[in-house]
Design a protein around this ligand. Structure first.
Ligand code: FAD
Length: 401
């Protein structure tokens, strides 16, 4: 890699900015191109799994400290049934020997990207270009060329490598000619956030609750000052209807019935995909985060998996910068990270969705019994927690040759 050229990064989401963080810490200049005119402010990921906190802690303990300060510590995860209440509760404290952070943190991703911008600015090595859409890219033997469109028109920029962290519709993935294999669910997911406190209306509600139901499952997630309630939607129901005051009120009243109407602070509806890129790199273009894999949000693994990609990839780009051959390092990145997206992230989030939406009473009863047995058995509970907190995936990745 020529030390004169910066690494180009498409997308200033959590993944792109984390790549920028690791590279600038190693003295490597980066140019980040973001299509939007500012950092995203919408409510998306809010769960930080233990190994993600461990990894960020190793880069800079102040980062993890700030995420914890800006969020809420969630030690327990509950699996509930909408009619019968608590089915099983798992306590991350059981992973104390496996992680320095035996809990999830509930902190909105937009707080993290703002924090990274603050941290990156004084380095002088990271240039963030907003309102700059990546529209094409070409591999050359000694560099990569990016086409960017901004208010002044179209221009081309050269870099040593190009990281495609530009999300689900990645322009870098398209420029690289990489297939995005998988499917899109017919239903969309709808999240309504309210300041109403659900906790006193349940028996021991935790901050992260997966609530199954044959008619309408939901997820109850706490972030500072808000409860976020996630529901599935019927495939043929128009967005405006799903997001209407009347439909939102009906759904929230079914969670906790109250006399006053619910006030919501945010409403988001979105398509959910289960897709993995066929390749993670070609030449000098490399994918990470949602550009490389997307999954349903049940389990909070999308952003976390993307951050694991970001750190793994950025560490390799540092080694390439220091003179190690690029191809084997990038091929190893693909061998390490791609199976995780398929075998762990998609498998776990897919399993979670199935459990929550199952309609057959016998199958529901069986899976709830299994869940109770797992929670009651310390060995099985630990295995479950290692898997759902993504520690098993990282341990498997560490063994990849
Ligand atoms: C409602 C919701 C809830 C979620 N909850 C969780 C959760 O609890 N836990 C979890 O781990 N994950 C969750 N996820 C997933 C998580 O938000 C994503 O996995 C995460 O944002 C991926 O980060 P990223 O940086 O790869 O992509 P993004 O965050 O999508 O960032 C990509 C950036 O690239 C920019 N961009 C796009 N195209 C271009 C272009 N052509 N040129 C330049 N810039 C471009 C975009 O504007 C964007 O800023 C959730 C997602 C949704 C929608």
């Amino acid at each position: 890699m020529s030390s004169k050229l910066p690494v180009l990064i498409a997308g200033a989401g959590p993944v792109g900015l984390t790549v920028a963080l690791v590279l600038t810490r190693a003295g490597i200049p980066v140019e980040v191109f973001e299509k939007a005119t500012d950092l995203a402010e919408d409510l998306r990921a809010s769960t930080w799994h233990p190994p993600t906190l461990d990894m960020l802690d190793r880069i800079d303990p102040a980062l993890t400290r700030r995420i914890i300060e800006m969020g809420l510590i969630a030690r327990h995860t509950q699996y509930r049934d909408r009619r019968d209440g608590l089915v099983a509760e798992f306590d991350l404290e059981q992973l104390r020997g496996d992680t320095a952070h035996p809990y999830r943190v509930q902190c909105e991703q937009f707080k993290y990207t703002r924090l990274l911008r603050e941290v990156l600015q004084p380095t002088g090595l990271a240039h963030l270009h907003f309102g700059a859409a990546v529209v094409g890219a070409t591999n050359h033997a000694d560099s990569v060329e990016l086409q960017v469109e901004d208010a002044t028109g179209r221009r081309s920029v050269r870099g040593s490598y190009l990281v495609g962290a530009d999300g689900v519709w990645s322009a870098v993935r398209i420029a690289a000619g990489i297939e995005f294999e998988g499917f899109t669910f017919p239903e969309r997911f709808y999240t309504a956030s309210t300041q109403f406190d659900f906790a006193p209306h349940f028996d021991r509600l935790s901050l992260v609750n997966y609530v199954s139901d044959p008619q309408e499952w939901c997820v109850l997630l706490r972030v500072p000052g808000l409860w976020r309630v996630l529901f599935p939607t019927a495939p043929d129901e128009p967005d405006e209807q799903v997001m209407s005051d009347a439909a939102t009120e009906r759904r929230l009243q079914a969670v906790v019935a109250r006399h006053e109407p619910y006030q919501t602070v945010h409403r988001t509806i979105y398509r959910v995909h289960q897709r993995v890129a066929q390749r993670y790199f070609t030449g000098r273009m490399v994918l990470a985060g949602d550009a490389a894999h997307v999954n349903n949000p049940l389990g909070g693994m999308g952003m976390n998996g993307g951050l694991h990609d970001a750190i793994s990839l950025a560490n390799r780009l540092v080694r390439i910068d220091r003179g190690e051959p690029a191809e084997p390092l990038l091929a190893h990145y693909e061998r390490e990270r791609r199976p995780i997206a398929i075998d762990y992230i998609n498998a776990n989030t897919g399993r979670n969705k199935k459990i929550m939406e199952e309609r057959d009473p016998a199958v529901r009863a069986q899976s709830q019994d299994e869940m109770r047995r797992m929670a009651d058995d310390p060995v099985q509970a630990r295995e479950f927690l290692l898997r759902t907190s993504m520690i098993s995936a990282l341990r498997a990745a560490a063994l990849v040759q």
